[in-house]
Design a protein around this ligand. Structure first.
Ligand code: ZN
Length: 571
């Protein structure tokens, strides 16, 4: 009862206590919606329940939910209890709600600075100021010694754009110098704009992300990789790159990451220009040449040496997972997976005397939304034909590690996984007329979302900052990378009854004040009515995909399509 009073005053949701939702939804829903969804008993999403979950998960007692801490113990126990009480089954085949995620924390020290030699000269580069490097090898250390250097342009192999920066060159044992971002190719008719047919124009593709450069170099057997840092194309200053010198967490993989290049790193732009000069090359001219399909790798006639020593500690963390078995025995071994990361930053440096990074929005709120979607699935009639997996992953804040672990060691085969729907944060400022789709146009899942949004009288809005590559920066990306179509939405921009500036203003307020800060806590002005609308949308998308006659696909031209096509051909 007390909660009802609180809900009405704090959230202005007069209908929350009755579990009914009034207003626009009823009137705006087209009469055919019931028939198209074939839902005979429609579940409701309860904002009060969502808020209650957030209050617990973001409480000081949970200590900011750092992996490997008391906060993890409390969080995992809470999630297990809630999932069981909702009526969802253990999600792991061993009968538990747990998937273990072994992590290793690595701190690198530079024992030999980057030293580059040409036939006649030798130069040494300053650690941290000019060079930031590490090794992913789970080992005492790693080094490159007199490794031949090659400039490989953007270091991209993209068959869908008929693009290969490596041509036939053998880079095994060599050290690659690579440009950041993907090739920025002007449109043939309007050179002031980027060609939308090449690397999605203005939007960043995965080929532009720094992680891709290291992965492609490893596939080709390179010993070292140095990315040239440029603030504009990277989207962040060198100081962000220097953050890599702190302890970095990684998964403990079976090969201890020995398949990765020995040395991965960045060089600051001025240092890179000096390296090219030593080779008798001009950086800007080479960069220009890298913008064409005809680009040929450039052996620099230089040799690089650098050594790193690792300090390591291991840490066991956990993904929490629950399942709703599909109602059709022929399809019950196929899955739709909802994800949300349960972890946040734990206890850290104090800000205004507060050391607990509560992570109320990031991502207690997403976990709460997932739990409510899970509850909706247990009450909907008819039950979905395929199974639904609710996966609460760890160590997102350490580099999407819990989701990566699931995606490379899945409990249920990825070729039988239809889609991933990821939730990171919720809309906490009231109803919106739209919903933002990060990476809009990537897959058929957008069509499901559009249909459901239309039924709510809402529209889809593309990500306003596609050049920042947000699609590659949350947990769904690990599914996409393995080929599974993945949907990631964000808060809409047009708030009902508010001026257009409202959303930008609230967003900036959150980013500057609360993002990854101890003040990410529940605020008195939170209004979860919009989050309820969004939860219903994501519920409907998953429900319909789970009942569909065919698997959702990547749209033609998408960088993950080839992987999916190959995967589905195999069985
Ligand atoms: Zn997050």
């Amino acid at each position: 009862m007390m909660r009802c009073v609180l809900m009405m005053s704090a959230l202005l949701v007069a209908s929350a206590c009755s579990g009914e939702r009034g207003g626009r939804e009823t009137s705006a829903e087209p009469s055919g919606a019931g028939a198209s969804t074939a839902i005979t008993s429609k579940p409701t999403i309860d904002p009060a329940a969502m808020l209650r979950h957030i209050e617990v998960l973001a409480s000081d007692e949970f200590e900011g939910r750092g992996p490997g801490t008391k906060g993890e113990e409390l969080t995992v126990a809470y999630l297990e209890r809630e999932l069981r009480s909702i009526g969802l089954e253990p999600g792991n085949t061993d009968g538990t709600y747990i998937q273990n995620v072994p992590l290793v924390g690595i701190t690198a020290t530079n024992t030999q600075p980057l030293t580059i030699t040409s036939a006649s000269t030798k130069q040494t580069f300053k650690w941290s100021d000019e060079v930031v490097a590490w090794t992913k090898h789970v080992a005492d250390g790693a080094a490159i010694t007199d490794s031949e250097m090659v400039f490989v342009g953007y270091g991209v192999t993209a068959p869908e754009f008929d693009w290969n920066d490596f041509k036939d060159i053998d880079v095994r044992g060599k050290t690659l110098v690579v440009l950041v971002n993907d090739p920025q190719i002007p449109a043939p008719d309007t050179p002031s704009r980027l060609d939308p047919k090449m690397f999605n124009g203005q939007a960043m593709t995965y080929y532009g992300r720094w992680t891709y450069k290291y992965e492609e170099a490893a596939r080709r057997g390179a010993a070292g990789v140095l990315i040239v840092h440029e603030t504009g194309p990277a989207g962040y200053p060198f100081s962000v790159v220097q953050g890599n010198l702190r302890e970095k967490f990684d998964l403990v993989t079976p090969d201890k990451n020995m398949g990765r290049s020995s040395i991965e790193g960045w060089v600051a732009l001025d240092a890179a220009k000096r390296i090219f000069k030593m080779a008798g090359q001009d950086f800007d001219a080479l960069k220009e040449r890298a913008l064409t399909r005809e680009f040929q790798p450039v052996p620099l006639g230089l040799r690089a040496s650098l050594a790193i020593r690792n300090t390591m500690r291991t840490l066991d963390s956990r993904n929490v997972l629950a399942r709703l078995p599909g109602s059709d025995p022929a399809l019950a071994d196929e899955y739709v997976i909802y994800t949300a990361h349960w972890d946040h930053l734990g206890v850290g440096a104090p800000v205004d005397g507060d050391r607990i990074y509560n992570g109320a929005l990031d991502n207690a709120s997403g976990v709460a939304k997932l739990l409510e979607i899970g509850r909706a699935f247990t009450t909907v009639e008819p039950k979905p034909r395929r199974s639904i997996l609710f996966l609460l992953v760890t160590a997102e804040e350490q580099g999407l590690l819990g989701s990566q672990h699931y995606a490379v060691a899945p409990v249920y085969p990825l070729e039988k996984t239809l889609a991933n729907i990821n939730i990171d944060g919720v809309n906490q400022w009231g109803r919106t007329k739209d919903i933002t789709v990060v990476g809009m146009g990537a897959s058929d899942l957008d069509d499901y979302l559009r249909e459901a949004a239309t039924e709510q009288g809402r529209t889809l809005r593309p990500d306003p900052e596609p050049e920042k590559g947000f699609y590659y920066r949350s947990d769904h990306f690990n599914f996409a990378k393995q080929g599974v179509p993945a949907l990631y939405t964000d808060t809409g921009e047009e708030y009902v009854g508010k001026p257009l500036e409202f959303s930008a203003q609230k967003r900036n307020e959150y980013t500057s004040r609360d993002y990854h800060a101890p003040s990410d806590e529940i605020k008195p002005d939170w209004d979860l009515t919009g989050a309820v609308d969004d939860a219903e949308l994501l519920f409907l998308v998953g429900y319909r995909v789970a009942n569909a006659d065919r698997f959702p696909e990547w749209k033609p031209g998408n960088e993950f399509k080839a992987k999916r096509d190959e995967m589905l051909k195999r069985d």
